[in-house]
Design a protein around this ligand. Structure first.
Ligand code: MSP
Length: 640
């Protein structure tokens, strides 16, 4: 029976707009899952969305929806992005699904019955947005140490999980198993954290304060703390505790997480598992964080790198490759479009693309595209084969450590050796003489086989490219069926295979094109579209009720960098409108100006405030200019 391999990503907060940080963990898990499948493992790869808690409840209220409708409309953004990124997950779990809720309640009941959960009064400082209690000494300047926002002193009864009693056991687990928490720096961080006494974990929230959660099965006045609920997703996807044990997928091979959620996994989750009498995961791997051009990614800085746009601009495989090649897994990294284009040109176009292209080109030129029968091997051939088997072995070891960038560097060593092999054997010279032709057949056979090996090795990282390479080589057997076993013996590709040279798999982005692309990204302007925008009719235009309006009052919206709250006068009525112009205009500059209002726009809530219309403005890059008039007009006049 094939060996089971279970890998997970965190389940993402459904409220968040998916960005490259989320894509990073998911791509990493996908690469590991695909590689293990190539090796014949029975892989279960889980991802999903975290859908309960205060932030979701709050956002649903602001959107004027029920929390369930709200999350139903949001989780799909993650699902769709994973599809575009060719993520090959086995299941996608949502914490609002009945199958999950049922298991959370079963576990809670079981722990309660066995005295692992107790009720007690608790007084502490509570950070509403983070849904966490802090002690007095945790606070920084009297505020939440995590997000810097205000905390409230709360005293209430709650339920607690007896986490503290497992402290010594947990330290022993971590110390006796080097691979349990990786990288080593994170392992030390957790051991450092465990030097302080480990407190019990508050796992309930009173319903009167937060209703959007899974009710405690033994006390209907409470819902489950969102982390206690979320972590159980790793189990609930398989069913009850008994089902998990029977599934063969326990313990988890790797929980991939970001460094920010290390404590919840290494400490909360491990002790929860101990209480449930389940083994801890083989490995929890905490990767680093991505910044963008040196800055933290944030909505207010408008620098969130949107993976959908990147895929459109550069293609899926390029993004998958870049994220895992650029930064060693475990360290922080910086994203820039310039670095991305650099990698496309050097690693992908010049190196990989060139090897595939020249090999297929020479096969076409010297052998009508048919892979020739090789002849006796010489020293050069032996070197190539040796390098190949060395790389295949090293890659396998490095996959156990999830050292993705090192793996890619290893594969690129094989690429270099293969390119070098062609340079040294100089097929173009061999082709000149009849006696050179025998040698030429061997060289071209070996080059084709090297390209195949490279195609298989890169396919977990770049699945589409792997398939393209196989198609050009004329190999019908899918990558997965060739598998890692096919790499162990040189000579899998059959002589007589008819190859089909296709387009360059990674065309270079030349300097003018790169400069243009970077400029459009820099200024935030739309990249040039090849398709003209859709045409609309005059009736469509007339649907817009545009009116002149005068700004009477203007003030910045607290906690928002962009929004200004305006009161505008349309002659016969006044309205409140929110405009995202605070980065360009000061409120004082706006009072008295006549602007154009979209008067029949459905009201919407932004940051909890109603906006009854929209002000027209033009933008280029980050610059925003309000549309207006040369001369005064009556207020409320129609604009067409
Ligand atoms: N819902 C919890 C996880 C529960 S798992 C039982 C959560 N969700 S999250 O959406 O906020 O974050 C999910 C993952 O995205 C985390 O691993 C986090 O580290 C990762 N990232 C979020 N921003 C990131 C970067 N800028 N860079 C890299 N990863 C980042 O936490």
């Amino acid at each position: 029976m094939s060996k089971k391999f279970y890998i997970t990503t965190p389940i993402y907060y459904v409220n968040d707009v998916p960005h490259i940080g989320h894509a990073y963990t998911t791509i990493a898990a996908d690469v590991a899952a695909r590689y293990k499948r190539l090796g014949g493992h029975d892989v279960f790869f889980l991802t999903g969305t975290d859908e309960h808690g205060q932030k979701v409840q709050q956002a649903a209220i602001e959107a004027g929806k029920s929390p369930q409708d709200h999350v139903d409309s949001l989780y799909i953004r993650f699902k769709e992005l994973w599809q575009k990124l060719n993520i090959s997950h086995t299941d996608f779990i949502r914490t609002t699904e009945p199958r999950h809720k049922k298991v959370v309640q079963e576990i809670l009941q079981d722990l309660h019955d066995r005295g692992e959960i107790y009720k007690d009064s608790y007084e502490g400082w509570y950070c509403m947005p983070d849904e966490r209690f802090w002690t007095e000494k945790d606070l920084v300047d009297g505020n939440c140490p995590e997000c810097g926002r205000k905390v409230e002193k709360i005293k209430e009864y709650n339920y607690f999980f007896k986490m503290g009693q497992h402290q010594d056991w947990l330290i022993e687990q971590i110390q006796s198993n080097e691979k349990f928490i990786l990288p080593a720096s994170r392992r030390n961080e957790v051991l450092g954290f465990l030097q302080k006494p480990l407190e019990d974990l508050c796992i309930s929230r009173p319903k009167e304060r937060l209703s959007w959660g899974i009710p405690l099965p033994f006390d209907d006045d409470y819902v489950t703390y969102v982390w206690f609920d979320a972590l159980i997703n790793y189990i609930s996807v398989h069913g009850s505790l008994a089902d998990v044990r029977a599934s063969g997928y326990w313990p988890t091979s790797h929980h991939l997480i970001g460094k920010d959620i290390l404590t919840t996994h290494a400490v909360y989750w491990s002790t929860m598992l101990k209480a449930m009498d389940l083994a801890v995961p083989d490995n929890i791997f905490a990767h680093g964080w991505w910044t963008v051009n040196g800055q933290k990614m944030s909505k207010s800085l408008r620098n969130v790198v949107e993976p959908n746009l990147l895929i459109e601009q550069f293609g899926v495989d390029v993004i998958r490759y870049f994220l895992l090649r650029e930064v060693p897994f475990g360290l922080d990294g910086d994203f820039s479009h310039k670095a991305l284009i650099g990698r496309i040109n050097s690693d992908l176009a010049n190196n990989l693309g060139n090897l595939v292209n020249r090999t297929l080109n020479m096969l076409g030129k010297y052998f009508k595209g048919i892979v020739p029968q090789p002849d006796a091997a010489g020293d050069e051939d032996a070197l190539l084969k040796k390098k190949c088997s060395e790389v295949v072995g090293e890659v396998d070891k490095l996959f156990d450590e999830l050292a993705f960038s090192k793996i890619l560097m290893k594969i690129w060593e094989l690429l270099d050796t293969s390119n070098q092999y062609i340079n040294n054997t100089a097929p173009w010279n061999l082709a000149k003489s009849e006696e050179g032709k025998k040698r030429l057949a061997t060289v071209m056979y070996n080059s084709a086989e090297a390209v195949r090996v490279i195609g298989i090795l890169i396919s977990p990282f770049m699945p589409e490219t792997g398939d393209k390479i196989m198609a050009q080589l004329g190999i019908d057997t899918p990558v997965n069926q060739q598998g890692l076993d096919s790499l162990k013996q040189w000579g899998w590709i059959k002589a007589e295979t008819q190859t089909h040279q296709g387009a360059q798999i990674f065309p270079r982005i030349d300097d003018p094109a790169a400069a243009k692309l970077l400029a459009s990204i820099e200024t935030g302007s739309e990249p040039e579209k090849t398709e003209p925008p859709e045409q609309i009719t005059i009736e469509d235009v007339m649907k817009l009720d545009l009116r002149t309006a005068k700004i009477l009052e203007a003030e910045k919206v607290k906690k928002s960098k962009k929004l200004i709250k305006l009161k505008v006068d349309l002659g016969n009525e006044q309205r409140q409108v929110l405009a995202g112009i605070a980065e360009t205009y000061e409120p004082e500059q706006l009072i008295g100006r006549t602007v154009i209002l979209v008067a029949n726009l459905k009201p919407a809530k932004l940051m909890g405030l109603e906006s009854q219309g929209m002000i027209l403005a033009g933008s280029s890059g980050k610059k925003i200019v309000l549309a207006g008039f040369d001369e005064a007009l009556d207020l409320g006049a129609r604009v067409k």
